[in-house]
Ligand binder design. Sequence first.
Ligand code: ZN
Length: 59
Amino acid sequence: MNDSISIECPHCGESFSLALDVSEGSAEFIIDCEVCCRPMTVAVQIEDAEIVSLDVTEA
Ligand SMILES: [Zn+2]
C-alpha cells in the first residue's frame, strides 16, 4: 500500500514528494534531495498504515 509523503529538504528548503509503502511499518532511510542532490535522513513513524510522524534531518 503506497502513500505519498511530502518532504522538505533541510539543505535547500525545497519540498518534494516521495512514495512510501506504509504497510511496511516505521522506517528510517537516507535519500538524496531531488533538487540539490544532498543526502538527508528521513524517519517515518507508521501506525496501522497511517503516518503519525515524519522527521527529516541532514544526513
Ligand atoms: Zn535540497
